[in-house]
Design a protein around this ligand. Sequence first.
Ligand code: 5AD
Ligand code: SF4
Length: 470
Amino acid sequence: MNREEIIIPETAVVRQRDFQKKIRDMFAARKAHPTACVETFGCQQNVADGQRLMGMLEAMGFTLSEDAGEADLVLLNTCAIREHAEQRVFGNLGILTHSKKENPEQMIVLCGCMAQEERVSKRIRESYRHVDLVFGPQALWRFPELLWQAYETKERVFSVADEPGGIAEGLPVVRERGVKAWVSIMYGCNNFCSYCIVPYVRGRERSRSPEAVLAEVRELVEAGYKDITLLGQNVNSYGNDLETGYRFPDLLEDIDKIPGDYWIRFMSSHPKDASPRLFDTMAKCGHVARQLHLPFQSGNNRVLGEMNRRYTREKYLELIRYARSVMPELVLTSDVIIGFPGETETEAMDTISLVEEVGFDALFTFIYSPRPGTKAAAMPDPVPRAEKQKWFDKLLDVQNRQSAGIHAGYVGKMLRVLVDGESDDGDFPLSSRTEGNRLVRLKGGKELVGQFLDVHVTGSNTWALYGEPV
Ligand code: 5AD
Ligand code: SF4
């Protein structure tokens, strides 16, 4: 696909505002003040999508509410990454049959990654007849038009065709209040890791233009956001499709020039595309946090091959060694899957030995969940769940000891943190983050929220540090 096909023309995006107005006018004519409840499941990319959906809903005249039972519109922005995420959504849909019975006018919308799966949209069509509108991630920018169609025709609307996807700039957005913001720099994924549903539901990899990303980050910094995370399924392939030679390290360098007091983070990175140049760039850019989320998934080369990850354990370890050589203070996290089809106990132990060898600050650990339609879902998977659970528990145990040890090493030290909110711990009423994104619970008043502070670390456990402002 060439760029012209990928960039959705401004006129088409602007046309969506007409539909926003039609819906606003429709409610105004009824003298109604509609409310909308948005529930987002899954990853940060989905959270960022949810903020756009909320922006469009506000532009359509809705007030956002938390009360799904009473809301005029309920939107479930779904995740398909593991079976558990899907079950939660079906559970929520089940509950909504009651509110729909009470209020047949209630509009029920299902979008996000699950909606794009054929198996799911078929099930919704047949068995969840109270759902009025279903659309996948590639159709998100057309939400106002689709919703208008559902209101006007009073018929169910499905927009779930398999599309490679485009890029729509200028959609409205409702951001979290506070200091954290998310910026998608690219959409989709081309990697087809054999266990993963994402490339099937989020379309092909496509990068926003550097100008659009830079303008958005500048706006956020000027608005007072201080912890900005760049999002993409694989940010290291940013720019591959721009055909200008402009790559992710170039983007980091350009963002770094934006004046202000803020941190830039990014996720996720793919080890096959992470390069020494990326780490050199991180090391020299003052605003780029010394933090890296670099998912390795498995520590065994046969399993990595079956996963279609396209790197080896040795290559991964080499990357980490290099990154630490230029950033000794780097905070490292990763994703791991235990129990990939055909994985043996010895192979799972290779994953644990890699965890011991690297010494991650924290890990996101998952037991393999078959996703229908992916290559791995068709592979023989003879190991019983209980056996996988034992390996998984062992992994957790190793990591928890690791995290607790690393955290204990901070006690007595001074750290710079950004206070990002209040916490539910009466003794340590503030929550803050280090540059490495470690959680520090703090003593102090809520007037400190939003500030960078130097703190003295006084305690720690597996999940957090404790401290007081100096
Ligand atoms: N089963 C278990 N974990 C998965 N992930 C992706 N797909 C699956 C799956 N089918 C994990 C990977 C990825 C993270 C976001 O979710 O570790 O990095
Ligand atoms: Fe899934 Fe692999 Fe793409 Fe990540 S890089 S979204 S794990 S296919």
